[in-house]
Design a protein around this ligand. Structure first.
Ligand code: ARG
Length: 363
């Protein structure tokens, strides 16, 4: 029987995916995608689709197929993808989040006692700045690859209204990218406030369509509380300041998140906690980090790596992931975000950073 144009297209896409997958298998990619997507699993998943948005395996793995230097290599095009492509997501999630197994569920939100957190570097010798961020998706909307241009605009409008409700220390202005001159964008990126444009990992995952529509940044007056709108996630709420006062940075983020939560509903899954586009961010979605200079320790790459691993920390370059260190400054944060509470994630980071400083002092 003759095939219609739709069947033809589906076949073409499948063939292209087969070829890209074969290239991944032959490559020396270190991605978790390559590690866990066996031929058998690939065959099992390759023709599945999510019920509501019809997302495919290719939508999940495209970024990792096109960027063989990915660390992870997959994104969930819509919330249902975590279930439909569970064999792949579960394996990658368990590896990245250091043991979160398919039988586990993420605990309920628990910010914990603020008094447990301190200034990690009271003499200002090592830590340049401290940052805590979390991501949120807004209920009723899919993730980037399935969003329409109107979805971007609606979310931005909702957030513009929500930001007007922020008072005191948190009050500030929302700046849409559509109205921000390029030079100003560049300055904000340089100062580590704003996200970069055209991340190739996100682009390949179809997360940059309609750019810059609906994208923007809210900044409070002191530039210590910010929110990214419609970058990788619908929302990234960020608290940051110079120095090592983790307790104060965390407090401000909690206040910001609580204030915004009064105006918009966040998507939460029974098993995965807060839902995000990338599986590395599920659960608490918390990344607590410092920009730190530890010249003696970082001169010994192997030692630095092993200390980070022992303390469940992740080391990135100065300008975030996929970048190199500049002037010996590293971005060090908690690695796992799923399967523990917000409080535990912060604690894990605090203990690790204190240990790193202690080791630096002993060298
Ligand atoms: N997809 C990229 C990779 O696999 C980034 C993964 C984690 N980072 C993120 N921003 N979600 O390397």
């Amino acid at each position: 029987m003759a095939q219609g144009p739709k069947e033809c297209r589906v076949k073409c896409v499948l063939r292209a995916m087969d070829e890209a997958y074969a290239r991944l298998l032959q490559s020396d990619s270190k991605s978790l995608l390559k590690k866990y997507l066996t031929q058998e699993m690939y065959n099992e998943l390759k023709e599945k689709r999510t019920p509501t948005f019809g997302s495919t395996l290719l939508d999940c793995i495209q970024s990792g197929l096109m960027n063989l230097d990915s660390g992870i290599g997959i994104y969930a095009p819509d919330p249902e993808a975590y279930a439909v492509f569970a064999p792949l997501f579960d394996a990658i999630i368990q590896d990245y989040h250091l043991g979160f197994s398919p039988a586990q569920t993420h605990p309920p939100l628990e910010w914990g006692e603020l008094t447990a957190f301190q200034n990690l570097d009271p003499e200002n010798k090592y830590i340049i700045s401290t940052r805590v961020r979390c991501g949120r998706s807004i209920e009723g909307y899919p993730f980037n690859p399935c969003m329409t241009e109107d979805h971007y605009k609606e979310i931005e409008q909702k957030m513009t209204n929500a930001f007007q409700g922020l008072g005191g220390e948190l009050s500030g202005t929302y700046r849409p990218l559509t109205k921000m001159p390029k030079c100003e964008q560049e300055r904000l990126i340089d100062d580590h406030y704003l996200f970069k444009e055209g991340d190739r990992f996100l682009k390949a995952a179809k997360a940059c369509r309609f750019w810059p529509v609906g994208r923007g940044i809210f900044l409070n007056k002191d530039k210590t509380f910010l929110t990214w709108v419609n970058e990788e996630d619908h929302l990234r709420m960020i608290s940051m300041e110079p120095g090592g006062d983790l307790g104060n940075v965390y407090r401000r983020m909690i206040e910001g998140v609580n204030a915004i939560q009064q105006q918009v509903n966040f998507s939460r899954s029974e098993r995965f906690g807060f839902l995000t586009f990338c599986p590395t961010n599920l659960g608490t979605t918390i990344r607590a980090s410092v920009h730190i200079k530890v010249p003696k320790l970082s001169a010994d790459k192997e030692k630095m790596k092993s200390v980070a691993e022992t303390h469940h920390l992740q080391v990135r370059g100065t300008r975030g992931e996929h970048t190199e260190s500049e002037e010996g400054i590293y971005d060090i944060s908690n690695k796992r975000r799923l399967g523990l509470t917000e409080f535990q994630a912060l604690k894990e980071m605090q203990e690790g950073i204190l240990e790193i400083i202690k080791i630096e002092q002993s060298l």
